[in-house]
Design a protein around this ligand. Structure first.
Ligand code: NAD
Length: 499
């Protein structure tokens, strides 16, 4: 059985805690590797290596740091196929989607290559007599990122791309379900010229997370995962004086106005609802047709498409989506389908019976479609995170917009319409952090910023873009005077003003 490692101080290091987690191949259901689960003292070793690396890395001029990011980007591109296969074999998403996972992360690395420009401060000449004021954005020191299973390439790169380019030393605690890609990225970073200790990977579970949250030398923590853990990480991390951003779960609605092109909308909902087996924080999980007439027409179009979804091996180029990440997660999604039926929603397509011939132990689940879902239902309130699309009908624009606006989550939302005025009003008023207009998965590009509202994100600063640079740096402001002539004659006891 393959045994994975940590990546500390530029080397693969075996786990010493004696605790391991199983890494599955979801396509076959077999355990393919064991991942070590770090103890507090193993995490501390990485913190010490990062502390040692920080003075030199933070003093490297920004252009040289950017060159390491350039080299890293080239190496990731060269190794794209290997990374995509590795990712698919542990996560279960299909290869084309794994390539997209790596590519979206690389786009943040490309953004981070511009760090000399992004990290520049401000300057005011002559703010007072002979006085100038300037500011600089300095790195924080040793920082950490705790990442989820569903984007094992993109989300670590969201974080470490910007953090490291800004001069920090970054420790990644990836999901124990698919840790190989983050480990491989750390190897490639070293090969790209990144010094040992600047990007490290410590594998583990709650114990490793708590070690991060309690370590006095870790200055900032970025987290992405489910909301309950996000809230926990945010509370414990900030109570310990750290800067924390913690992104959580989601329930993304798509509003379908009566004037929308329903054939186009059907395509968008199928891709955004069932792609990656619905295991995306920006997946569309609730469709909201406005008026019953549109609801009926939409169900009529969606039903045959959901019934004919191609579920297959992660390596099958013709599969629409692959298996779910674990057996436990599949069981959880199936229990939500049971619950939806009990709650009185209409199960139009039932994916629970799906069997993948020859792969009985794989974690496959067919696509399901629910109609007449209402806001009181638990299955509406909770995030399901599987290949299940729910339809919640609305009678007009205002009641449709109220659904995502009142929902506990506020990650993404979409509206499909030909009416610019309605779209504009929706974008301005909806109580959700990221909005798509005729775009089902409005994941902003690297130079913009990613983050939801309400229980989808704890903390004030988003991922990547200029917000990311703000998160991973702190500002220092210098007021300087170089007086001409000699010493001033008397002390001034009042606060200096510009009156
Ligand atoms: P998860 O919350 O189970 O795990 C995330 C991380 O937290 C992992 O590294 C895991 O090891 C760690 N963790 C798990 N249990 C813990 C505990 N009790 N104490 C401390 N740490 C713990 O999430 P997941 O299942 O890996 O990922 C799916 C979730 O992530 C979904 O809810 C999805 O919506 C969310 N997500 C959100 C975004 C976003 O940007 N908002 C992006 C991707 C995924």
């Amino acid at each position: 059985m393959k045994e994975l490692t940590h990546f500390i101080a530029g080397r693969h290091v075996n786990g010493t805690s004696g605790r391991f987690g199983d890494v599955f191949d979801p396509s076959t259901g077999e355990v393919q590797a064991r991942v070590p689960l770090a103890s507090k003292s193993e995490m501390r070793k990485a913190v010490e290596a990062a502390l040692e690396a920080f003075p030199a890395w933070s003093s490297v001029n920004p252009q040289r740091r950017a060159r390491v990011m350039f080299n890293f980007k080239t190496l990731v591109e060269k190794n794209m196929d290997e990374l995509a296969h590795m990712l698919s074999s542990e996560h279960g998403k299909v290869l084309a989607d794994s390539r997209g996972d790596v590519q979206r992360g690389l786009e943040v690395i490309e953004f981070a290559c511009g760090i000399p420009h992004l990290q520049k401060g401000e300057y005011t000449e002559g703010a007072g007599p002979g006085i100038d004021i300037y500011s600089m954005r300095q790195p924080l020191g040793v920082v950490a990122g705790i990442t989820p299973f569903n984007f094992p390439a993109m989300i670590p790169m969201w974080m470490f791309g910007v953090a490291i380019a800004c001069g920090n030393c970054f420790i990644n605690k990836p999901s124990e379900k698919d840790p190989s890609v983050p480990l491989r990225l750390a190897e490639l970073f070293l090969e790209a010229g990144g010094p040992p200790g600047v990007l490290q990977v410590v594998n583990g579970d709650k114990e490793a997370v708590d070690a991060i949250l309690d370590d006095p030398d870790i200055q900032a923590v970025s987290f992405v995962g489910s909301s309950a853990i996000a809230q926990y990480v945010y509370s414990r991390g900030t109570a310990n004086g750290k800067r924390v951003q913690a992104m959580g779960g989601a329930k993304n609605h798509a509003i379908i106005m009566p004037d929308a092109d329903l054939d186009q909308v059907t395509n968008e909902l199928i891709g955004a609802g069932y792609g990656s087996a619905g295991e995306r924080c920006m997946a569309i999980s609730v469709a909201v047709p406005v008026t019953d007439k549109i609801g009926d027409a939409l169900v009529e179009r969606l039903k045959p498409r959901v019934e004919s979804l191609r579920v297959g091996l992660a390596t099958d180029p013709d599969a629409d989506y692959g298996p779910m990440v674990t057996k436990e997660h599949r069981a959880k999604v199936m229990s939500y389908i049971d619950q939806g039926v009990k709650e009185g929603a209409e199960l139009v397509v039932d994916g629970r019976g799906f069997r993948m011939q020859g792969y009985d132990n794989g974690f496959y689940l067919g696509g399901s479609l629910f109609d007449r879902v209402t806001p009181e239902m638990t299955t509406y309130k909770d995030e399901i995170f599987g290949p299940v699309l729910q339809i919640a009908r609305a009678h007009d624009f205002d009641s449709a917009m109220a659904l995502p606006s009142r929902h506990q989550y506020g990650n993404g939302v979409a509206i499909f319409t030909r009416d610019g005025d309605a779209a504009r009003e929706f974008a301005a008023k909806v109580n959700v952090g990221m909005v798509g207009i005729n775009i089902p998965i409005p994941v902003p590009l690297a130079y913009h910023t990613f983050g939801g509202w309400k229980r989808s994100a704890f903390g004030d600063v988003n991922q990547h873009g200029t917000e990311g640079v703000r998160f991973w740096t702190r500002i220092k402001t210098i007021t300087q005077r170089w007086p001409k002539g000699g010493v001033r004659e008397k002390a001034d006891f009042n606060i200096p003003t510009m009156k």
